[in-house]
Design a protein around this ligand. Sequence first.
Ligand code: MG
Length: 260
Amino acid sequence: MKYINNKERLEQFKNEKNFFAIIDFDRTLTTGVSDASLGIIPKFLGGKCLEERLKTYNHYRPLELDYTIEKEEKRKIMKEWATKTFTILSKYLTSEKIIEDSLQDANLHLRNGAKEFLQSLYEKNIPVVIMSAGVGNLIKRFLEKEGVLYDNILLISNFFEFKDNKTYINTEKLMASSNKDYSKIPEEVRKILDKKDGILLCGDIVEDIRMIDSKRRNKTLTIGFLDHNIENNLETYNNNFDIVLADNENFNAVMDILNS
Ligand SMILES: [Mg+2]
């Protein structure tokens, strides 16, 4: 189901050649039923790692999807979730090879049309920022394997470092859904992006809109995928996104709308 909430912005954007795209990864580029990148490694390792991950996930995921929680409170809760999750991961992710192995049978699938969409942006020389509060190392490897990590793409995420058989990540500097915003893009890149006249933003939770700050939002076309809790969240999504694609829509729909 497609909801066009801001026809004017859409029409304006259709004529835009000089733009960049900013796209969330988990359940935006991937399908709504895919596992989140943060869940892939625990699922693969099983045991205590999975147990600890599920305990935190089952507690925090409903809170992430709850739009009745006050904003500041929610930011605090989401930050807490990220810290706990990455602490668990660094304990059990003992080598880079685990990432590669965990992708073998992972429930991680690009939405239909995502490949073609990314390819067309590459061919048109459109800069793409993929921003994710998930596991950067895993996302990078997945995009490589799918053959879509084009050199117009900048991936901004959380990256583990592997040195001398130890795993490092600075939990103080994590990107969580609470602080996933435009300022996370390196300044030298922002200088280039700021010369663009339009922005295309794709996400699957309302907070993803913050990937673009409010002063740049009037030149941004926002597209939101809504696959969960549709009945309760449709109104919120329609109030926040220029376009809402509900119930397992895909990037063919995005391209259809932009090219119509
Ligand atoms: Mg997402």
